[in-house]
Write a protein of this length. Structure first.
Length: 229
């Protein structure tokens, strides 16, 4: 390997390792001096204690506050295999999350099968960014609905917002970065119970997907308006 190429390789490896190592501390710096608040947190606690597995459904661009505020609770979350995802996976492990490896664009069947397996255990909570990893923006993919219908796991919409933030406008998901000394919220919506969606087998999955899409969109709209009141 030429010397210049070797230096570039090791520089990338160094940045990757540094990011995975310092990520949790950087995340903590964004939130430690802020007011961090759960809204309707009892909805999650009641479901978790009721003997039902739970799927937390959220948009990809809203993930940072939930990652920090729900750390060290043994939640399972889906993370792909590309380079950035690998760094995120290592950071999430340091924050007390369990990994389901794969995404809709990379080993999706593997991730779906693992999600189905975990959701059959009533003690588990799974977090899924329903429009990830590459969009379209705020458009639910069917994996969440399928896991819910096949395992009877309850889907709980989740949204977040911050009173001080930087929106990454050139990112497909309009990812937002909370700023220090902010008021951050994580808001829980009304649960989507799979058994309450009726119809024949062919129609149930699209109906469940539509219900999740509408519920999550309405909840995020509510969160987006929270600091404008």
């Amino acid at each position: 390997m030429p010397a210049a190429r070797k230096r570039k390789y090791w520089w990338k490896r160094f940045k990757f390792s540094l990011g995975a190592l310092t990520g949790p501390y950087f995340l903590r710096s964004l939130f430690i001096f802020s007011r961090n608040e759960f809204i309707h947190h009892e909805r999650y606690l009641q479901l978790r204690d009721s003997g039902r597995s739970v799927i937390l459904a959220l948009w990809h661009g809203q993930m940072l506050a939930p990652i920090y505020m729900m750390r060290n609770q043994g939640i399972h979350t889906m993370v792909g295999y590309h380079r950035d995802a690998e760094m995120i996976a290592r950071m999430l492990k340091r924050l007390g999350y369990f990994m389901i490896r794969g995404s809709s664009r990379d080993r999706g069947i593997e991730a779906l099968e693992k999600g189905l397996e975990l959701a059959t255990d009533s003690t588990n909570t799974i977090a899924i960014t329903t429009d990830g990893p590459i969009g379209p923006y705020r458009k639910c993919k069917p994996g969440t609905a399928r896991i819910s219908q096949e395992t009877q796991a309850v889907v709980l919409p989740l949204a977040s917002n911050s009173s001080r933030k930087k929106i990454i406008t050139n990112s497909w998901d309009r990812f937002y970065l909370p700023l220090p000394f902010a008021h951050n919220i994580v808001m829980f919506g009304e649960p989507v119970y799979p058994e309450q969606i009726s119809g024949n087998r062919k129609d149930v999955l699209p109906a469940t997907l539509q219900k999740i899409q509408v519920s999550l969109s309405q909840l995020q709209d509510e969160a987006d308006q929270y600091f404008r009141q």
